[in-house]
Ligand binder design. Sequence first.
Ligand SMILES: Cc1cc2nc3c(=O)[nH]c(=O)nc-3n(C[C@H](O)[C@H](O)[C@H](O)COP(=O)(O)OP(=O)(O)OC[C@H]3O[C@@H](n4cnc5c(N)ncnc54)[C@H](O)[C@@H]3O)c2cc1C
Length: 505
Amino acid sequence: MIIDDRHYDVAIVGSGAAGATLAAELAAAGHAVLLLERGGAMALADQNVADVDLFRRQRYHPGESWFGPDGDPFAPQMVYALGGNTKIWGGVLERMREREFTGLALQDGPSPDWGLRYGDLAPWYEKAEALYRVHGRCGIDPTEPPRSGDFPHAPRPIEPFLEELRLGLERRAVRPYPLPLTWSTSAEDPSGDAERFGLESAATAPSYTLRCGARVRALHVNPTGTEVKGVEARIDGRNWLFTAHQVVLAAGAVNSAVILLRSRSNPHPNGLANGSDQVGRNLMRPQLTSILQLAASPNSGRYPRSLGVNDYYWGDKNVDFPLGAIQSGGGVLQDPLFAESPPVLSLVTRLLPDLALEQLARRSVCWWAMSAVLPDPENRLTVRGDRIDIRYVPNCLEAHDRLVYRWLDTIQAVEADPLTQVVRSAPIYPRGEAPLAVMGYACGTCRMGTDPASSVVDLEGRSHEVANLSIADASLLPGCPAVGPGLTVIANALRIAERLKAELA
Ligand SMILES: Cc1cc2nc3c(=O)[nH]c(=O)nc-3n(C[C@H](O)[C@H](O)[C@H](O)COP(=O)(O)OP(=O)(O)OC[C@H]3O[C@@H](n4cnc5c(N)ncnc54)[C@H](O)[C@@H]3O)c2cc1C
């Protein structure tokens, strides 16, 4: 074991939405920050994939297998790179709604009360939107939570056919709004991510150290188990030990839990900070279904997500439970999520020549239906040596089905409108649910709460059991809203950074 002879103020594990944001904040405040990231820089060509190759190869799978409920291995869609999953995300950054913090009743039961209130996160949401240059417009989305002003930047222009579709939806009394998107000023890499808005600014601070290719395997504690004394990482085939005053896990909802479960010791026989037995439990991923509609004429197939519809977010006629959100998908040739669950394209793509596949994709308009799910302690990940097992049974299925069928009715009504020329009615609307392998939206495996018996960290991300250990990523979210978790993860990381700055001062 090689022991790094520097003692850092903070060691952060993982450079995704949470880790990069936290590192930038702490490094800017002058703290000696060590960032350990198992991946390296992602090639620009991989970041802006815009061709049929997306369907041909299993891109964005790190070459490891996890094991599903049936015991069969599967290749998770997961980015291990600087910026983590934000390198391929849709970049839609939305705030959770007020009610989602207070035990909202979903189809299968109440979602957990977060302990926090929307007002606790609102200033951090505002800061997160500014940091990630979110482009949007307030006052259109009927479910929008209160905010002190408009978005930092006006919405991005959308494709002309989507603009026509927007008008068509409005004629059917639907209220589409421009999806809030993170967008950079770089022509080469325009979609915003945690590398651009976190790591690049951290790198300007003299007190910041980045170690790429550093896969953290375990955290080591003092004999009484009250303090992390060392962070063990595998770098270039050798084991290293790093020490820091504070240690923050930000390796994502699956890997932060894996690190804790692998860090067993006498004082922590079930895994570090796992006296509650909640580490790895309550795994959630929003239900996601892609729906394809036939475009009347070819589009570029290459554009970002653009329109949102939250008209059924809180319910629908005859139903008083929330259904979820609709988003127009990015261009089919540019959406890694879609490539993962291509409804009609799945088999066909392997048989079609490139040109035909390109034509098929360009004739498609993709929609995403997204629904919230409840935490279930039996939905969990466990580890056996190097093996990761995932047990997952989705819940609130009827709500999601209703959302999908409601949207099919809506798009058919739009097609029947003679003024809407950009889409055609079709005998089928191919659709497909994102399979278990789509794990990039995962959350909940180290839930925060006030009760140490039922949560892993407190409401400020501090372990209930280990004095200098915090968790800052999607694993601490107690619930899984229908909007993407990205902005909430970033806002929460900013909040935790503020607490750490005060503690390190
Ligand atoms: C295709 C796709 C589209 C998405 N679109 C959206 C969207 O439009 N809006 C939205 O809000 N959310 C979206 N998401 C979800 C969003 O990306 C995640 O919620 C967010 O990135 C979670 O942040 P995180 O910090 O918890 O983890 P991540 O961003 O996943 O970062 C974890 C980091 O930890 C590193 N790591 C893991 N294990 C170790 C280890 N042992 N040692 C060292 N480093 C380690 C990883 O390499 C990675 O860099 C999308 C996800 C995907 C995959």
